[in-house]
Design a protein around this ligand. Structure first.
Ligand SMILES: Cc1cc2nc3c(=O)[nH]c(=O)nc-3n(C[C@H](O)[C@H](O)[C@H](O)COP(=O)(O)OP(=O)(O)OC[C@H]3O[C@@H](n4cnc5c(N)ncnc54)[C@H](O)[C@@H]3O)c2cc1C
Length: 607
């Protein structure tokens, strides 16, 4: 008889519960699986909750009406697993297959999420379409407005790819296993002796910042072009060059982007339903408690079980409830910021004889801080018309994707204005909506890093003083926030610049029916996604961080850290699933459901 306690009911937490409950041999009716989730997500899809599940996935439907059009205000797509090439998201694809097979209502719901072959750019005050770069249009060669000769006649992807090739040259980085060795021990090739003022052949690539390297090889204008035109500022921060070179290169997982037609959240509704079914079939106690947070956690060798914790309520998350609860297995299925909040609370508990504050040990803290937090922000707008396609719009998005027959092409349009990226979702309602009630959505701003602050100050109207400190503003837990008119007008002002080349045309854009925002930099998430920092052996962190107890010298501590932050796919649900799967296989002796872990290691193995 054992109890398994999962803290965090996001993708990693739900996947943990589902795998434990559905494994044919692991659990029996004497066992218990519990999830504690800080938020109040509508796992049952019956309106009982503040927002759709789960964690950093959140499909927002117009007016919170599930029948209506939606925008993904969190994660939005996955990469279909290619069984021949071993690329794409193996566990997400597999889970969707298994969950869909059991869940008939979802069965036809995998749809394309295509990106355009010809994005519209508005950078440094100039409009251009990607496919026109380097071509003579009306007597003028179209160049991106950056002083980086040669590079500016091509999409920035070409420059980013060149930098990846420079960094990885001489190293094998095609398969996932090769990439793992490269993160651990990849070195710069001999070209660097003649082509770099700063770096030398033989330097360990994982100890170099990517921005540092980009500046060294492409100068400031090259870097700025890559940063602005890439859309995601997160991809060019000063992260681990080895990981960045692979992630930003052509070695990144290929394959087609897919999503679910009723929204990515529906996968987590289905996973929850599958947990309940499996628990009922086997007579296992399964409980998901919402609005309860793990407050602090420690090891106590004088008690059984040795893993001890306290919780707190959503209404007063800093105040531990009385109690000192034990569990046989604890899964911390949360982001590094959320982990740090637990560590901070635990730090103030005076440890007694026999007790160890695992999360605050120096080496554990060092590895918890081995990833850079990347705040991200999304604003969704719903309109009565698809005004961006109307006559009179000077620069329309060119929503084409030849390979995929131009089906479901969402964008993006990319700009250096704080909007950064625009995606055009249109009418994607799955319910029976009257023509008069139809709405058309755009992800009007998808931005990250420093740009998130631009929108944060617009969350409050000019009439309002801040009354909730940012550290206690749990907006992403509570669900998409209603944008004040000032934010709505600021969005229209920038959309007018991007699509009409005229801020004064803001009045031509109709007022939206609804505008909502999601600020993923706030607690408890602290970031939309994460990137490995330089000067860390990524392989070693991935391996060790899973068992912080062992790092603290307590070999039998069954405390596991899982989630996408310390994975090979840090900006993806796949990363969350892979870290869980690796723990279940390596520490709980379960058999994997993955089809191939040789060419596709769940996490990096270390030599
Ligand atoms: C804007 C954006 C775009 C993205 N795009 C994509 C995409 O297209 N495709 C994709 O696959 N992924 C995407 N991602 C990433 C994806 O959402 C994450 O990788 C994934 O959600 C990570 O899952 P997780 O379980 O590790 O963590 P989380 O999703 O953060 O879940 C952790 C859960 O733990 C809860 N929690 C925190 N602290 C506590 C505590 N002390 N006690 C109890 N519960 C707690 C939180 O409330 C949360 O529900 C995107 C993310 C963002 C924000």
């Amino acid at each position: 008889m054992a109890n398994y306690t999962i803290f965090g009911g996001g993708p990693a937490g739900l996947y943990t519960a589902w795998r434990l409950l559905t494994d044919p041999t692991k659990l029996t009716s004497a066992d218990t699986v519990r999830i504690y989730e800080w938020g109040n997500y509508d796992y049952e899809n019956n309106g009982d909750g503040d927002r759709t599940p789960a964690g950093r996935i959140c499909s927002y439907h117009f007016n919170k009406n599930r029948e209506q059009s939606y925008i993904e205000v969190g994660g939005m797509r996955f990469i279909e697993w290619d069984k021949e090439k071993y690329t794409g998201h193996q566990l997400v694809s597999l889970t969707i297959d298994k969950v869909l097979l059991n869940n008939k209502p979802l069965s036809d719901n995998i749809i394309e999420f295509n990106t355009t072959d010809n994005p519209l750019f508005y950078l440094r005050g100039k409009h251009f379409y990607s496919q026109n770069l380097g071509k003579n249009i009306n007597g003028e060669i179209v160049l991106a407005p950056y002083n980086t000769p040669g590079n500016n006649a091509k999409p920035a992807d070409a420059l980013i790819s060149n930098i990846s090739n420079l960094i990885t040259k001489g190293n094998n980085v095609t398969s996932r296993s090769e990439q793992c060795s490269f993160y651990q021990s990849g070195t710069l090739n001999t070209d660097f002796n003649s082509k770099s003022y700063v770096y030398n052949a033989g330097d360990i690539i994982g100890n170099i910042g990517y921005w540092n390297m980009f500046y060294d090889q492409a100068g400031n204008e090259g870097f700025q072009y890559a940063a602005d035109a890439g859309g995601y500022s997160s991809n060019v921060i000063n992260w681990n060059s080895a990981n960045a070179a692979v992630y930003n290169g052509e070695f990144a997982p290929g394959g087609a982007f897919k999503t679910l037609s009723s929204g990515y959240s529906s996968l987590f509704v289905a996973l929850y339903q599958e947990c309940i079914k499996a628990a009922q079939n086997k007579g296992i106690t399964f409980e998901l408690t919402k609005k309860v947070r793990l407050h602090s956690i420690w090891h106590d060798n004088k008690q059984t079980p040795t893993t001890r914790y306290t919780t707190s309520n959503r209404s007063n998350p800093d105040q531990a409830l009385d109690g000192n609860i034990g569990t046989d297995y604890a899964f911390l299925a949360m982001s590094p910021n959320a982990l740090e909040l637990v560590a901070r609370a635990t730090r103030y508990n005076k440890m007694k004889d026999g007790q160890t504050d695992i999360l605050n040990k120096d080496n554990v803290q060092n590895y918890i801080q081995s990833v850079i937090e990347q705040p991200s922000y999304k604003v969704a707008m719903f309109f009565k018309t698809e005004w961006w396609k109307a006559d009179g719009v000077k620069y329309k998005p060119d929503l084409i994707n030849k390979k995929n027959n131009n089906i479901n092409v969402f964008g993006p349009t990319i700009t250096d204005l704080p909007l950064r990226q625009v995606y055009y979702f249109g009418d994607n309602s799955t319910g029976d909506i009257d023509d008069n009630d139809k709405v058309y959505g755009i992800l009007a701003s998808y931005d990250d890093m420093r740009f998130t602050q631009f929108w944060e100050e617009l969350e409050l109207s000019t009439k309002t003083r801040r009354t909730t400190p940012l550290s206690r503003n749990y907006q992403p837990l509570e669900g998409a926030g209603k944008a004040p008119d000032e934010m709505m007008r600021m969005l229209k002002l920038q959309l007018a610049k991007v699509h009409y080349d005229d801020a004064n045309a803001a009045g031509l854009i109709p007022d939206p029916e609804e505008t909502v925002f999601m600020n993923w930099g706030l607690n408890p998430f602290g970031a939309g996604y994460h990137a490995w920092a330089a000067h860390y052996d990524i392989c070693d962190v991935m391996q060790q961080i899973r068992t912080p107890g062992k790092m603290a010298g307590i070999n039998d501590a069954n405390i596991f850290i899982v989630g996408s932050a310390y994975s090979n796919d840090q900006a993806w649900v796949e990363g969350a699933f892979c870290t869980v799967e690796s723990v279940l296989i390596d520490y709980l002796g379960m058999k994997t459901i993955a089809q191939n872990t040789t060419d596709y290691p769940l996490i990096c193995g270390c030599k």
